[in-house]
Design a protein around this ligand. Structure first.
Ligand code: SF4
Length: 233
């Protein structure tokens, strides 16, 4: 597996203290991406499935507070075969697993079957707008969202709020989400930041991405109106 970064964090990418692997490569090209160095599939360290599983097992004492292992990216599902192998072996070893994904992979349901905690980004309800800005539409993302809602599994949806892109239409998001059974779904808003800006080698094209407190509040209120559960991590 190609890994471009790894490290521990607490409660940010799943419950408890977690070892988080950033897998190289992404099928989207979000202009605000905070890990642009992970967009290319070519970079990073090459590790075998066995090496990763052994490393995870050696870190067991660090996975406290109900913690475990999280795979993110880039987009972790681009390396789907290896990812499936690692997840299966970690589950067999009784280690808690999570992934954070942009949700556009056709085989995501297969991967999610081996994941205890699923975090899926949902950047826009309008497919053409999403395609225009990130290069990928939301047809598969919607299919995956609807599949997970039907299956009743736990699902944590993250919505990056970007001024000028998606931050002015909370009703568009909420009305779509509420069309499914969201009993086991929670939603989180991630206001735009520029932590990754200095890492961009290509020109950084977002000029006015910061959202106001009123824009965030409008999302919170609208989601509450639609009876959608929101969280902050
Ligand atoms: S989907 Fe995530 S990792 Fe991929 S380009 Fe967008 S923000 Fe970056």
């Amino acid at each position: 597996m190609k890994i471009f970064a790894k490290g521990f964090n607490f409660g940010q990418d799943g419950p408890g203290n977690r070892l988080v692997y950033h897998l190289a490569g992404c099928n989207m090209h979000c202009p605000w991406c905070s890990n642009p160095e992970g967009m290319a599939v070519t970079g990073g360290e090459n590790c075998t499935v066995e090496q990763i599983v052994a490393e995870c097992k050696s870190c067991l004492p660090m996975l406290f507070g109900g913690g475990g292992i999280t795979f993110t990216g880039g987009e972790a599902t681009l390396q789907v075969e290896e990812l499936l192998q690692v997840l299966e072996e970690l589950q067999e070893a009784g280690i808690h697993t999570a992934i954070e994904t942009n949700g556009t992979a056709r085989r995501l349901p297969e991967v999610a079957a081996h994941v205890d905690y699923l975090i899926m980004d949902f950047k826009h309800f309008d497919s053409e707008r999403l395609r225009q800005v990130t290069g990928v539409g939301n047809e598969q993302l919607r299919q995956n969202y609807e599949y997970f809602c039907r299956s009743g599994r736990q699902l944590h949806i993250r919505i990056p709020l970007i001024n000028g892109f998606n931050a002015d239409d909370p009703v568009g998001f909420a009305s779509y989400f509420a069309g499914q059974d969201t009993a086991n779904v929670c939603f989180e808003f991630l206001p735009y930041h520029e932590y990754g800006k200095d890492k961009w080698q290509a020109p950084y094209t977002v000029t006015d991405g910061f959202v106001s407190a009123a824009q965030v509040e409008a999302f919170q209120n609208t989601f509450a109106d639609y009876k959608l559960k929101t969280i902050n991590t």
